[in-house]
Write a protein that binds this ligand. Structure first.
Ligand SMILES: [Zn+2]
Length: 294
């Protein structure tokens, strides 16, 4: 697959929706940018997948969704931001941090994230962004997202996420899904989904077998009539620019900029999300100084 994709399905009775994301390309890009350890790759890939899925549920081109996981584990904080089409960017505080694998051979994402809090911030153009949060259940991220929806948004949901990292710092596969029950769900639909989820093995195992998004839908909505709603292409996308950093410098005010000019050195800033660097010469700083309002 040359791009990441989100596929959305809805049951014919309108009572449940499924959003499946293949984020292999997105996670590989994040691994390339940040040089993440295997455990950090898995954690960041899962977080990017969840954020992309949740972002795709927003309505307007200017909407954005930020997921922040603040745990006390070796990875530090994980921050991901998605637009309304599921294009996503993200970073982890300590990309090189790693832990030994768990006894079952899986990467210890829960241990590396630790205990802490999951925050979801939706900026939908209002005066204040909407912020919800919940305590981390396991730090494995999918369980934490499921808990977040139950606690903070009273939307019964099931989230599963998976990232398989190869030996060559390559992403073999990355993906996940979110099932949400919509108001007025039929009992038979809930029962069928519960049965299907209980029998579900793992996202990465099925992706590795070559299962497509439609196969996932057939497994998770087994016994329920459903339709495919749409498919959208998604990517790791950062929206930083020299202009946005210039605005940041202007907002520092006269005193700060004067101090920078006094230093007589070119200022270099690096975007935490994509690693792009932006430089401002003393001449450029002097121009920005004229635009300050305080
Ligand atoms: Zn950037």
């Amino acid at each position: 697959m040359i791009t990441s994709q989100i596929h959305r399905y809805i049951t014919s009775d309108g009572s449940a929706r499924l959003i499946f994301a293949d984020t292999t390309v997105i996670t590989q890009k994040a691994m390339d940018i940040h040089g993440t350890s295997p455990t950090a790759s898995a954690a960041l890939g899962r977080a990017l997948t969840a954020t992309s899925i949740m972002g795709s549920l927003m309505k307007n081109p200017t909407d954005s969704l930020t997921l922040r996981i603040k745990g006390d584990g070796v990875l530090g904080a994980i921050v991901c931001v998605s637009d309304y089409e599921g294009n996503v960017r993200g970073y982890v505080d300590n990309p090189l941090a790693d832990l030994p694998s768990r006894p079952d051979g899986k990467l210890d994402v829960g241990g590396a994230v630790g205990r802490g809090t999951l925050y979801i911030m939706r900026d939908v153009g209002g005066r204040e962004p909407y912020v919800g949060m919940c305590e981390l259940v396991s730090g494995e991220i999918a369980e934490d997202v499921t808990e977040y929806f139950a606690q903070s948004e009273q939307t019964p949901s099931v989230c599963a996420l998976g990232v398989l990292v190869g030996r060559e710092a390559n992403c073999i596969c990355s993906g996940g899904f979110l099932i949400q029950l919509l108001p007025g769900t039929w009992e038979e639909t809930v029962d069928a989904i519960e049965r299907n989820v209980q029998g579900f093995t793992s996202v990465t195992a099925l992706m590795r077998e070559g299962k497509t998004a439609d196969d996932f839908a057939s497994i998770l909505f087994n016994g329920i009539e459903f339709e495919k709603f749409d498919t959208i292409n998604t990517e790791f996308r950062c929206n930083c620019s020299k202009e946005s950093y210039a605005r940041g410098i202007i907002s520092l005010g006269n005193k700060e900029i004067d101090a920078m000019i006094e230093e007589g050195k070119t200022i270099e800033t690096q975007c935490v999300f994509c690693g792009n660097t932006y430089t401002f010469s003393v001449e450029e700083l002097k121009k920005l100084r004229q635009k300050t309002t305080h």
